[in-house]
Design a protein around this ligand. Structure first.
Ligand SMILES: C[S@@+](CC[C@H](N)C(=O)[O-])C[C@H]1O[C@@H](n2cnc3c(N)ncnc32)[C@H](O)[C@@H]1O
Length: 284
């Protein structure tokens, strides 16, 4: 089982486990219960319905049915998993490398009386779960944090039963970033790393290639970059509303990095560098 906070001496630690242990409570205030982007029908819409819409788009593509067993890879604090169990009568095992996330998700499921939602500290790229033991793999905005992207898709494919489905959504890269541009924009990338932890964004074409080489078929993708853009304004509004509480949790530097990251991401979305997409496929 992975450690929640590796005992390395380097500081600061940008590993996803350490990062999520640190930011989970503050992100509840900034992002809401759902630790993911929104898909907006109208920029004036609230964040809650928009983050729920992204979950609904995943549910639609997952083709859920009563009694199915779902593996939620990178379960955050369990809001999507609880919704799946509550609304679709499925059984969900949520996994995350963050111990804080497991505790929060377990408490959420207990509070809502949902024994069908359970959570464990495991790594999505080496989950240790038996072959062919799930009907669905659900990977919601966690893959960008897993360096071994092919390993993630391979593991999801391995634990799926024949006829099972994987649904994934995440931040994507939408164009090549030449080395010189990477160098010139290194401060922006450093801010993003400080605010969100170590991450790497892939294109939808790369995700298609990972899924195909993991033995999955009927791979389909959808780009929702434009519809997700208002998310940054909503996170800014939440920061404005909860600044003192967030400051107490993240510190001055953490708040400044988060705030600056919003402008950087907004620019990346508008200039066609980064965006948001969904990927879904079937296990033959
Ligand atoms: C942006 S949050 C998304 C949470 C949740 N899926 C949601 O939509 O509310 C990313 C999640 O991925 C988890 N994560 C990061 N690296 C992981 C890994 N290697 N294995 C499993 N979970 C991981 C983090 O701890 C966090 O729970």
């Amino acid at each position: 089982m992975p450690e929640s906070s590796p005992a390395g001496v380097e500081s600061p630690d940008f590993s996803p486990a350490a990062h999520y242990d640190k930011v989970t409570d503050a992100w509840g205030l900034l992002l809401g219960d759902n630790l993911h982007y929104g898909v907006f029908e109208d920029p004036a819409e609230d964040l809650g319905p928009a983050t729920d819409r992204l979950t609904s788009m995943m549910i639609e593509r997952a083709q859920l049915a009563s009694g199915l067993r779902v593996l939620d890879v990178g379960c955050g604090t369990g809001a999507p998993a609880c919704r799946l169990v509550e609304d679709h009568d499925v059984e969900v095992l949520g996994i995350t490398t963050s111990a804080v996330g497991v505790a929060a998700a377990t408490a959420r499921a207990a509070e809502r009386g949902l024994p069908g939602a359970t959570f464990e500290q495991r790594d999505g790229t080496a989950n240790g779960l038996p072959d062919a033991s799930f009907d669905r793999a659900w990977v919601m905005e966690s893959s960008h944090l897993m360096t071994d992207r092919q390993g993630l898709l391979d593991e999801c494919s391995r634990v799926l039963r024949p006829g099972g489905r994987i649904v994934l959504c995440d931040i994507i890269r939408r164009r090549e970033i030449p080395f010189l541009e990477l160098r010139d924009r290194r401060r922006e990338f450093a801010i993003l790393r400080a605010a969100y932890g170590a991450a790497r964004m892939d294109t939808l074409e790369q995700y298609t290639a990972y899924a195909t080489s993991a033995g999955l078929s009927d791979v389909q993708v959808l780009d929702v970059t434009a519809e997700s853009l208002p998310t940054f304004d909503k996170w800014q509004a939440n920061l404005d509303e909860h600044r003192d509480e967030v400051l107490a949790q993240l510190g001055q530097e953490g708040v400044e990095e988060f705030e600056e990251s919003l402008d950087i991401l907004r620019n990346f979305w508008v200039d066609g560098t980064l965006g948001y997409g969904l990927v879904w496929a079937t296990k033959p």
